[in-house]
Design a protein around this ligand. Structure first.
Ligand code: NDP
Length: 236
């Protein structure tokens, strides 16, 4: 078994982020999770931080570094939706989603790479969505933010690839969480009919891929978009 690493997962108090944190914990790593309410799965260090606020993220990283050590794996998972058709989407609906999902990932990664560059190693995993490259009606804000993560990962790869740092995107399709529980029956049926696998996934199916792409086995994979979507977005 490899040495335990320090892993930080944003938005790790519930949903996919929590399952990702549990997956790293099960693999023996030291895990910190951030969220606005500061909750965490058992065994993880819980730190309150808002990804829209650089100062709170900076304080969270400082606390994790002090209690667990420098962060070697960062998973930018915190995300929100504010769906609406473009005609009805307010500018605030657009900018707040981009601020959390894309700029939030930028803030998280920017803080994380300071130590990664020094250590000459690091794993960055950005949680995007099938929506980012496939496009979804009513998700102009969300799709834009999730597509932006691909550009971010690829730029990081070109900037920092020579420093032992990889940056990859994991793009889930429909995963059973609070976010998808909000769908009504009609939407659920419509979505299921478009997914080749004819089912939604469980969060651990995403979490295992995240842990793998952050492992030594995936050292030569960077700038990739890894879909976990039952075939929904294939070709995109
Ligand atoms: P949830 O709504 O269950 O969880 C979202 C997480 O993000 C929570 O931990 C929440 O914590 C955190 N978060 C939101 N805003 C902020 C903020 N400003 N600062 C810090 N933390 C924040 O979502 P999911 O688990 O479903 O989604 C997780 C990620 O996966 C998201 O990026 C989402 O876009 C993506 N995804 C989800 C899919 C799905 O089917 N569920 C499909 C494709 C992608 P708190 O509110 O307590 O601060």
């Amino acid at each position: 078994m490899s040495e335990p690493r320090v892993v930080l997962v944003t938005g790790g108090n519930r949903g996919i982020g929590r399952t990702i944190a549990e997956e790293f914990l099960a693999g023996g790593d030291k895990v910190a999770v951030t969220s606005r309410n500061g909750d965490a799965p058992e065994g993880a260090l819980a730190v309150a931080a808002d990804v829209t606020d650089s100062d709170s993220l900076d304080a969270a990283f400082a606390e994790v570094e002090e209690k667990l050590g420098p962060v070697e794996v960062v998973v930018a998972n915190a995300g929100i939706t504010r769906d609406n058709l473009l005609m009805r989407m307010s500018e605030d609906d657009f900018t707040s989603v981009v601020d959390t999902n894309l700029t939030g990932a930028f803030r998280t990664v920017k803080r994380a790479i300071t130590n990664m560059i020094r250590a000459k190693k690091g794993r960055i995993v950005l949680i995007s969505s099938v929506s980012g490259l496939y496009g979804v009606p009513g998700q102009g804000n969300y799709s834009s933010s999730k597509a932006g993560l691909v550009g971010l990962a690829r730029s990081i790869t070109r900037e920092l690839g020579s420093r032992g740092i990889t940056a990859n995107v994991v793009a889930p399709g429909f995963i059973r969480t609070d976010m998808t529980d909000e769908l009504d029956e009609k939407q659920r049926k419509e979505y299921l009919s478009t997914i080749p696998a004819k089912r939604f996934a469980e969060a651990d199916e995403v979490a295992r891929v995240v842990r793998w792409v952050a492992s030594d086995d995936a050292a030569y994979i960077s700038g990739a978009v890894i879909p976990v979507d039952g075939g929904l977005g294939m070709g995109h």
